[in-house]
Design a protein around this ligand. Structure first.
Ligand code: HEC
Length: 268
């Protein structure tokens, strides 16, 4: 093989490598930021509603990209990426879809081919604190109630899969508990000593021997823990993930006595 041909082949190889990189990067243009930079706004929850299982499940869903469509999953974006802790992610910026940080065009084909108004119209990401007392939601498309608007956000704006009635109720409960005068959840966690707030969600499905529920909850909790890995939390989170794996395997084998034992360890 002559040098010319060798050089030609290496150039092709490099070119094809950069092409595949470019494809991966197309999902999120360079210069984009979808997670809040710096100190996040406090999550303020109405103390009279406490952290019920309903609110906790809603909180988990609010933080899960799986609720939104394919694009969101690829870029790891959840409701919380924009409405951080129920407030506003003032750093949120997607090149081409935002004009300033904290603003985004939600009616663009980037999110969903069939729902594009063909106008470049980024708008402010609103805070959801006190969303419960609003009678009109949205700016271009207006809805009078939270479940209807939420359905619109998930299926029309972000092309997400259909969500169950139970998931919708939980998500709406969580949003309804966001309160401008609420208690900071960091304080709630510190005073109650809750370390794994979501483990309790598994109690009922384990008792009811409902494998489907156990399976889908473990999926959500595992992903949520995965997003919180830091050098300090890594070891603790790995232990929890291993326990959930064992719990799931025990439940899959219909051994709910063993599943209960793993759940007790997980709750500690
Ligand atoms: C890419 C950023 C982004 C994501 C992700 C996102 N939103 Fe929003 N959200 C917005 C913007 C921008 C608006 C304003 C839309 C409008 O006025 O039409 C909005 C409006 C809302 C409103 C109405 C608030 C009001 O005061 O009118 C609710 C409720 C809401 N979003 C809930 C959610 C939920 C639940 C999710 C996840 C399932 C979600 N959002 C995901 C950006 C986002």
């Amino acid at each position: 093989m002559g040098w010319d041909r060798r050089i030609f082949l290496s150039v092709c190889l490099i070119a094809s490598m950069t092409t595949s990189w470019a494809v991966a990067e197309d999902w999120l243009p360079p210069g984009s930021t979808t997670e809040m930079i710096g100190v996040k706004p406090a999550e303020l929850l109405d103390p009279s509603r406490e952290l019920s299982n309903q609110v906790l499940l809603g909180r988990l869903l609010f933080r899960s990209p799986s609720l939104l469509g394919e694009k969101a999953i690829r870029i790891g974006m959840s409701c919380d990426s924009c409405h951080t802790n129920g407030h506003v992610n003032t750093s949120f910026y997607i090149e081409g879809l935002s004009d300033r940080p904290g603003r985004i065009d939600v009616s663009n084909r980037f999110w969903q081919a069939g729902f594009d108004d063909n106008i470049d119209n980024p708008i402010d990401i609103p805070s959801l604190r006190n969303v419960k007392s609003k009678t009109e939601l949205g700016t271009k498309v207006i809805f009078s109630n939270l479940p209807a608007f939420t359905r619109h956000v998930i299926s029309t704006e972000f092309a997400g899969p259909p969500i169950t009635e139970g998931e919708m109720n939980a998500l709406v409960s969580y949003m309804n508990s966001l309160d401008i005068n609420g208690l900071d959840t960091r304080y709630i966690y510190a005073t109650t000593g809750i370390d794994s707030p979501y483990a309790g969600l598994l109690t009922r499905p384990v008792q009811a021997q409902d494998f489907q529920q156990v399976d889908s909850l473990i999926d959500l909790i595992r992903a949520d823990l995965g997003r919180q890995v830091t050098t300090e939390t890594r070891a603790k989170i790995s232990t929890k993930i291993r326990l959930m794996k064992s719990l799931r395997a025990a439940a899959a084998a219909d051994n709910y006595e063993e599943a209960k034992a793993f759940l007790e360890k997980l709750k500690r």
